[in-house]
Design a binder for this molecule. Structure first.
Ligand SMILES: [Zn+2]
Length: 349
């Protein structure tokens, strides 16, 4: 049996792009040939991110000046995330794919900063969306996310794997093709760090997981949006955004790799259900930000409880909430939408 057949049998194939970056194909079904070479002539890959420390705020800042030249809203037919065909040579050498994850050509990490940035495409269909993915594809995306979380967390220069999606030009997505990103940080970023500190304090005082407590309190309450046997989707009591939902397991699970495949599929279906509700809010697809809080690679794992957070700054069909000075300067959020009303609306959609 050839080496290629061995990797293909697991529906996961890792190959190299022309500049040496890794690309991993995750297929819905095993047995695909993913050996198509990258025919582009690319300059050598040289990530140049730099990690600096803001002493006044006590937080890290990444400086990645080379990213100014990255692809921005390409013309139709020039999409770097569509499969390659004819003269159009994209980031994905194959003529079609299911899910791929590859090293970002314009990374915010790597270089002297350490860590790694990946781009993860949910579908080869340019005009698709996460919310419209069929169940078998949701399962493949969940498998790819778990794979990347576990593999990147093993690197000595990675302390936190952050999976996210920015959808919509209105909130700064530079490519319309359905995709997410993975930032494998060389440190635990400030927001999860603060949340883990709160969870650790609660654990110390009460001997229980904070998120387990919150999920149990929200269950059957007025802010539930959708649920399954193992997971709850709810609007937080102190939501910061007009529409904001957490999706979390009812019991302690540190990260996606800790779920078995059946539970992971169940979670992915609920997560997609939440995104469909966001898309149904307005006449046009809702811009949203979605991301996963997972346990750090090797610290504070006993205080961590996996959850996804999805929100949109779209407060009416034609109005976006912009972060005001109280929010960016003071960290003090002001929400114009009653969380219980937002939950009722999302529940009905
Ligand atoms: Zn595309």
């Amino acid at each position: 049996m050839s080496a290629h057949a061995v990797t293909a049998s697991t529906a996961r194939t890792s190959v190299r792009l022309a500049d040496g970056r890794e690309i991993i194909y995750f297929d819905d079904e095993p047995g695909q040939d993913r050996s198509t070479p990258d025919r582009r002539d690319l300059p050598p890959y040289a990530p140049a991110a730099e990690l600096r420390y803001d002493v006044l705020h006590g937080e890290e800042v990444l400086v990645a000046a080379h990213r100014q030249n990255r692809t921005y809203q390409p013309a139709p037919g020039e999409c770097p995330l569509c499969p390659s065909h004819g003269d159009h040579l994209s980031e994905i050498p194959a003529a079609d794919y299911d899910v791929v994850s590859f090293e970002n050509r314009f990374p915010s990490l790597g270089g002297s900063a350490g860590g790694r940035c990946e781009v993860l495409c949910f579908t080869s269909y340019h005009d698709g969306s996460f919310a419209a993915l069929p169940p078998e594809r949701l399962a493949t995306v969940g498998r790819a996310w778990a794979d990347r979380t576990a593999a990147l967390a093993k690197r000595p220069d990675v302390e936190y794997v952050f999976l996210f999606e920015n959808r919509g030009a209105a909130i700064g997505a530079t490519l319309p093709h359905p995709h997410g990103q993975i930032y494998a940080f060389p440190y635990v970023p400030p927001t999860p760090r603060r949340m883990l500190a709160a969870a650790e304090r609660f654990l110390e005082e009460h001997g229980r997981c904070l998120m387990c407590e919150v999920v149990a309190r929200e269950a059957a309450g007025p802010r539930v949006v959708a649920e399954t046997d193992g997971f709850l989707a709810y609007v937080p009591e102190a939501a910061r955004w007009p529409y904001e939902v957490y999706v979390a397991p009812r019991v302690c699970v540190p990260d996606l790799p800790a779920l078995d495949a059946a539970r992971r599929d169940e979670l992915m279906r609920l997560y997609a259900d939440v995104l469909r509700r966001f898309d149904a809010l307005y006449e046009h697809p809702t811009p949203y930000m979605a991301y996963w809080y997972q346990a750090p690679a090797r610290t504070k794992r006993d205080a961590a409880h996996l959850c996804a957070r999805v929100y949109t700054p779209q407060r009416t069909a034609d109005k976006l909430k912009f972060l005001a000075t109280s929010e960016t300067g003071g960290g003090a959020y002001i929400n114009d939408v009653l969380p219980e009303a937002a939950a009722a609306r999302l529940r009905e959609l």
